[in-house]
Write a protein that binds this ligand. Structure first.
Ligand code: 13P
Length: 253
């Protein structure tokens, strides 16, 4: 029997200064303080991690980073290490977001190193994968997902899988207002689960959470969550307002 607790995560991307982030975190905390059947995470920009952590620590909201570098420390100007994220209060880290692949040269190879480094530092990675519109239209969705999974997760063991979350984010649905249909999402998620079960075994069925990301809103979350392989959402735009993000978190109310 699966015991995959729903997981709703907010990716704030490059939005919110320190004071703005503090305000949003305060508001959100009030709106969701009584929720206990859902894991909740927010990933503010690096500059706001400390401020936000002070607000949410001890609450039911966890903190995540949006990226990391795989080295422990060193002369790597502009980078953030896994232990820096840990000491800022993070328990999760988003890795391989399509915006990082598109604008910052992230590849499956660098993503694989980042996942290993996150796990070694006891941070739970959220690996983002997904196809472009062109790839979907030419029926390559599942082979693209297979390749990304194969390369990004190389070298991992079944034990590692316990701390991993996958976010299926079709590139064409991110920030566009176009949500993938429930059937498209379920199809991709069940394909991902099947592949990872073949590779890592039964634990994948029981505990690997697969989130959907791409124009998730309070209006469409319930339908998405009704699909058997959808375990939660990675939310961009709608996580920037406390009310809409709380509406997504409270999908079951
Ligand atoms: P939107 O919810 O704004 O489409 O962004 C999704 C996303 O990229 C989450 O990581």
């Amino acid at each position: 029997m699966a015991d995959r607790k729903p997981f709703i995560a907010g990716n704030w991307k490059m939005y919110k200064t320190g004071p703005e982030a503090a305000e949003l975190a305060e508001e959100l905390k009030k709106l969701v303080c009584d929720v206990n059947g859902v894991d909740i995470m927010i990933a503010p920009p690096f500059t706001a991690l400390g401020t936000v952590y002070e607000i949410i620590k001890g609450s039911n909201i966890q903190l995540g980073g949006q990226n990391l570098f795989w080295k422990t420390e060193g002369a790597y100007t502009g980078e953030i290490s896994p232990s820096m994220l840990r000491s800022a209060g993070c328990s999760y880290v988003i890795i391989g977001h399509s915006e990082r692949r598109q604008h910052f040269g992230e590849t499956d190879e660098t993503i694989s190193k980042k996942i290993r480094a996150a796990l070694d530092a006891e941070l739970k990675p959220i690996l983002c994968i997904g196809e472009s519109l062109e790839e979907r239209e030419s029926n390559q969705t599942y082979s693209v997902l297979d390749n990304q999974l194969e390369r990004c997760l190389q070298g991992l063991t079944s034990d590692d899988i316990h701390n991993l979350t996958i976010a299926y984010e079709p590139v064409w649905a991110i920030g566009t207002g176009k949500t993938a249909t429930r059937d498209q999402v379920q199809g991709a998620h069940s394909h991902i689960r099947k592949r990872l079960k073949e590779k890592f075994g039964i634990l994948v069925e029981k505990s690997l959470r697969i989130l959907y990301g791409g124009s998730v809103k309070p209006e469409n979350i319930k339908g998405l969550m009704s699909m058997p392989d959808v375990d939660g959402a990675l939310v961009g735009g709608a996580s920037l307002k406390a009310e809409s993000f709380a509406g997504i978190i409270r999908f079951n109310d």
